[in-house]
Design a protein around this ligand. Structure first.
Ligand SMILES: [Zn+2]
Length: 369
């Protein structure tokens, strides 16, 4: 932020109104904040001079002079999200409007080592150069991983899906010349879905990837629980004494609804499973069984929370064609509802976690203006 903006106590409030409304007017801002038009005009001029807002046309007239439309400049700042999984690396660069400016997914096996983090750094610098993104407009880098981090977003609380070691933040810091923090992958994906949604209602995100996780979104914010490990839906027991889960317990949702349950039939290729599903009766039985177990998990969540539920992760990305079958199975289990229209398919297919990790820095920027 410039000194000129720092000096004005209204610049943050005015910027946030324009940011959240997407299109606002001088008159609207003045009445929302109880300020005089000249005061608002002064601040708007400073915001314009600094490249944070612009005139995006004019509203249709309701009599009298047409009001100018004020909007935020999306590319005034950028944020980076990096999603690390066992075998892949996704890099996303978004602007202040959460537009996905750059996206790259690379098959690269995770090893918690200097070599790996140097590789990420080089890939990132190449993308920034290729898309001419000015370094001074970068807010930070959010890194998402299938790991539960402590509330400092730097140290690890629990990691079994990928092998990590204490001191991971310091190791990454040696290779990444930007501010960065570490986030849980499912929480990040939930954040991306909630920011994409037009609704401010609370929602649950159920991530069906090679492990099952989730996020509880209150409006646009993640509810992390008292110990920073809320929404680990994958370890909700759905079958007492059932199949063994990687966590050591039995009967967890993860043991029945991880993407591996399906992709293991096709050498780990989930796409191939869904491509063959229409014609392969064996796969159809497997998938029906998968949906039966998913219905138990989804219904449990609905009964507990009474929120809409977004299905995401690797399997969620393929659910559009099968959502009606799942809804029917869930509705049959639900004591209160005749249909299960509270279930939705994710908006983001592969890049949700990277986008969500990047959103953290956008949110911080808007709050601190
Ligand atoms: Zn478990």
């Amino acid at each position: 932020m410039t000194d000129e903006l720092c000096k004005n106590k209204y610049s943050g409030d005015i910027y946030r109104i324009i940011y959240h409304e997407k299109q606002s007017s001088r008159q609207n801002i003045a009445s929302a904040l109880g300020l005089s038009l000249p005061t608002v005009t002064n601040v708007l001029n400073v915001l314009k001079d600094n490249g944070f807002i612009y005139n995006a046309g004019s509203f249709s007239s309701t009599g009298g002079r047409k009001a100018n439309i004020l909007s935020c400049v999306p590319n005034a700042r950028y944020s980076i999200g990096i999603d690390i999984t066992k075998n892949h690396l996704s890099i996303a660069i978004i602007d202040l409007d959460i537009n996905l400016i750059v996206q790259k997914r690379i098959r690269y096996r995770f090893v918690d080592s200097d070599e790996y983090y140097e590789y990420i750094s080089q890939e990132l610098e190449q993308l920034l150069d290729m898309h001419s993104i000015p370094r001074n407009k970068l807010l930070g880098v959010g890194i998402s991983m299938p790991v539960i981090f402590n509330s400092d977003n730097k140290s690890i609380f629990y990691a079994t899906v990928i092998q990590t070691f204490p001191g991971i933040y310091d190791r990454i810091e040696k290779h990444l010349p930007y501010p960065f923090l570490l986030f849980n992958d499912a929480n990040s994906a939930g954040l991306a879905e909630s920011w994409n949604s037009d609704s401010n209602q609370a929602m649950l995100y159920l991530s069906l990837s090679n492990s099952v996780g989730g996020a509880t979104m209150n409006g646009k914010y993640i509810s992390v629980g008292n110990n920073h490990r809320a929404s680990e839906f994958g370890h909700m027991c759905i079958i007492p004494n059932g199949k063994k889960c990687y966590c050591g317990q039995r009967g967890c949702l993860d043991a029945y609804c991880s993407a591996l349950i399906l992709s293991d039939f096709c050498d780990g290729n989930l796409k191939a499973f869904f491509e063959e599903l229409d014609t392969n009766t064996g796969y159809q039985r497997v998938f029906d069984d998968y949906l039966d177990h998913l219905a138990i998990g989804v219904n449990n969540l609905r009964v507990c929370y009474d929120y809409d539920i977004v299905l995401g992760g690797y399997v969620g990305a393929y659910m559009t064609d099968y959502i009606d079958i799942l809804k029917e199975k869930v509705a049959k289990r639900n004591p209160f509802e005749k249909n299960a229209d509270f279930i939705h398919v994710c908006h983001y297919k592969t890049e949700a976690s990277a986008v969500g990790a990047a959103i953290y820095f956008i949110d911080q920027f808007v709050q601190s203006m």
